[in-house]
Design a protein around this ligand. Sequence first.
Ligand code: PHE
Length: 354
Amino acid sequence: MTEISSIKSSFESIIKKIKSNNDLDQLQIKYLGRKGLVNNLLQSIDRLTQDERKDFGIKINELKTLIKHLIKVKRQELLKIENASDYIDITLPGKKYPKGSLHLVTYGVEEITKIFSRIGFIRMSYPEVEWEHYSFEALNMPKGHPARDDFETFFIDEPAHPKYGKMVLTPHTSSGQIREMQRLGKPPIRMINIGKCYRPNWDTSHTPMFHQFEGMAVDMGINITHLKGTINYFAKEFFGENRKIRLRPFHFQFTEPSFEVDITCGVCNGTGLLRNPEGSEAQKCRLCKSGWLELGGSGMIHPNVLKSGNIDSKKYSGWAFGFGIERVMMMKEGLKLDDLRIMYNNDIRFLEQF
Ligand code: PHE
């Protein structure tokens, strides 16, 4: 019996050091061959009593099985080392590739498109590189008009067109109003124009590239109630059933009257107040402070703008609104970002959360 365990331990220590198939073959012959150590040991069974033989036989068999197993494992190991490049261990779990996701703004564009298509608004995309004419003149903002300063603009370094002026990176989606009126030639028009816009601002709440969606409806008898109803519908679909909007008088050169659109704050439910749990005195809502959040601009399309689109302003009327996509996404997701630029830093830790 002591011989069995000494063969076992000597085998175990030798096999550890084996580095080639050749050596492994030799070792196999030495231990398991016809005249090998294990068979030799088996011969000594003659010297044992009948009782001892059975136990001895079992132990020898165990040793044989162990040696065979260790040789098999070693062969695989050697194979792996020799063909490191094309060895395939089919028992390994497969590689998991990281799954991508869409950008927050892309989700926004898709959802906004769907919401408006349900009420018959056609999705359009108009040029990102636009003429001054479409961005300003046709929108009732002649050269030198101070309102143009609100849309601080990137100019393309190319000679001006005699009729359309300089090329610009489109500073708002409102130029799409003119292009859509000219494309269709006559009402009814129901358009949602979604696109990239550019203005030279770079701070915690502005990036030089951002997105807007511009809604427009033109037909006979279109009035402010349709504007309000449409934005209300959007607000409920996009933000939730219990949100409400309001129109607040404002000024835009291309709409008259003009409004800024506010929506009730989702945190305080439009009350502007947050109740303390004990029922003691309520505090001002930290997000909105007043119960309302600003969505963007809107108004009834100015007759001069309809004229630029070759539409008879005596017969037809229309409205338009323009909202920022980054802004509505932040309001929807409840993201209280202290720096909006993180949306475009391509930091995977931010992006993969959506
Ligand atoms: N174009 C305006 C802006 O960029 C928004 C707007 C669109 C206002 C349509 C009125 C009508 O701020």
